[in-house]
Design a protein around this ligand. Structure first.
Ligand SMILES: *Cc1c(COP(=O)(O)O)cnc(C)c1O
Length: 463
């Protein structure tokens, strides 16, 4: 399998190189040259596989230059860190299936990709005799999942910037209680935007980047998308074995990474196996406006109780545009240049019709999300986290009777106790992974919002 750029400016490269490259060198995003097709016969065989075995089969179709034995080892170790025997269990409740993606070390779905990506990076670095210092900024979930993806891996260190005093107490503890020497939590005296601007500026210093072998683990990395394709196939298979032919997924969406993986799965599986994908947003509704009106234009970011979806520019969206426009890189390149200049893209009626064959969408405002958490709890006794509740609200609003629907549960409710309390009057019970954080030793370094100070810190401690 070879990989190409959405903007057409690179020669095709193998999987391992695509993973190490992250963002394509022409500024585009990397995609497989073709999406493999999976037959009913193959699905029949896959139906009996455990989650790690299925992950191996799905990923191997895309991963040409990593041997199957090696890939098996990477996948097995990635999912051994999950604390549910099925890795991704499915629960049927209130007329909908909840697919729990939060049984990893940081209790959010990002662990599914980042546990694997950490192993994959370690493996590829060892092959190349190289090392990597991961640098990133976080407002919450991504930072801790990245730290758990990197810690303990050979020839890797990680530097995570977060706004001092502005991330939730649980999210902060999930990061700062990791005291391994290769993990560096940098509490920046500033906002998340300051953190992001510092990281961006450091990456743009190519000499510094090369000298310290800086790398990123952000959601545009193809391996992250690939690891997420697996659970759509997994969810489909669980209903297929119960006799269901067609499944609809509803996805709480921010950066379009998770739902784009669903789009890949939809194209891989036999025609009609996966129905339209329900794209659920909160008040940050750029993707909802795109699907409902063909208006993809930047708005102001609003803070909500589902903070991991508080995003305006959806970094994986360009990947979808590539397919929408018939795999025409020149068109994508031109559109992305236009978007950079104007902050807006518009779509014709015909294009919009094509979009709506793939997606349906709803933007769910906070009061409605809280109501869903409450109603779902009263009806079923199950506590939804505020992100999952956005997905459930949108899904149920679109659901036709007898339509099998899976909502992706992207975080454990105990990560967002205040929001849950606001809905049902009490905090959710703490799972051991959260309870054991309290009283643990913490390590972090407070730094001013200064590029030079952060650079100096990295230069001193990079591996
Ligand atoms: C990251 C995240 C999302 C959004 O996923 P995208 O891939 O950015 O669309 C939703 N819910 C939770 C809990 C997350 O951490």
């Amino acid at each position: 399998m070879e990989y190409i750029s959405t903007r057409g400016g690179i020669e095709p490269i193998p999987f391992s190189q695509a993973v190490m490259m992250g963002l394509a060198t022409d500024g585009g995003l990397l995609l497989p040259g073709e999406i493999p097709q999976v037959s009913q016969e193959t699905l029949e065989i896959w139906q009996g596989l455990s989650y790690p075995r299925l992950a191996l089969e799905v990923m191997f179709l895309f991963a040409g230059d990593v041997s199957k034995e090696d890939l098996r080892d990477l996948v097995d170790r990635a999912y051994a860190t999950f604390d549910h025997p099925q890795v991704v269990p499915l629960v049927e409740l209130g007329g909908i299936y909840i697919m729990e993606l939060f049984h990893g070390p940081t209790l959010a779905f990002k662990d599914i990709a980042l546990q694997f990506l950490g192993n994959l990076f370690e493996y590829l670095l060892a092959e190349a005799g190289d090392r990597m210092n991961v640098l990133g900024a976080t407002s919450g979930d991504t930072g801790s999942a990245a730290i758990y993806g990197v810690k303990g891996r050979r020839n890797m260190a990680i530097f995570i910037l977060y706004p001092h005093g502005r991330v939730s107490p649980i999210q902060e503890l999930q990061m700062t209680t990791v005291t391994d020497p290769e993990v560096h939590n940098l509490a920046i005296k500033g906002t998340f935007d300051d953190c992001q601007a510092i990281v961006k500026e450091i990456f743009s210093d190519l000499e510094f980047k090369e000298c310290y072998r800086l790398g990123a683990v952000n959601s545009i990395n193809w391996a992250r998308v690939l690891a997420q394709v697996v659970y759509y196939v997994w969810g489909y298979l669980r209903l297929r074995e119960a006799g269901v032919q067609k499944v609809v997924f509803t996805v709480p969406t921010g950066n379009f990474g998770n739902i784009f993986a669903g789009f890949v799965a939809k194209r891989m599986l036999p025609e009609g196996a996966i129905g339209r994908l329900v794209l659920a947003t909160n008040e940050n509704d750029i993707l909802y406006r795109f699907i409902s009106r063909g208006d993809y234009s930047l708005g102001q970011v609003v803070s909500t109780i589902s903070p991991s979806m508080d995003i305006q520019v959806a970094s994986n969206f360009e990947r979808y545009l590539y397919y929408l426009w018939g795999e025409d890189p020149a068109r994508v390149k031109k559109a992305m240049e236009e978007f950079k200049g104007t902050g807006r893209l518009t779509f014709s009626r015909e294009e919009l019709e094509m979009v709506r064959e793939d997606f349906a969408s709803l933007a769910v405002a906070q009061p409605r999300t809280l109501e869903t958490i409450k109603a779902f709890y009263l009806e079923t006794g199950y506590i939804l986290d505020p992100h999952t509740a956005v997905g459930v609200t949108a899904g149920l609003a679109m659901k036709e009777e007898d339509m099998p629907m899976i909502c992706l549960a992207t975080a454990h409710p105990a990560k967002f106790p205040e929001a849950v309390k606001g809905a049902i009057g009490k905090e959710p019970p703490k799972p051991p992974r959260i309870a054991e954080l309290e009283g643990k030793e913490c390590r972090f370094q407070v730094l001013p919002a200064s590029v030079d100070r952060v650079k100096a810190y990295i230069a001193e401690r990079a591996i």
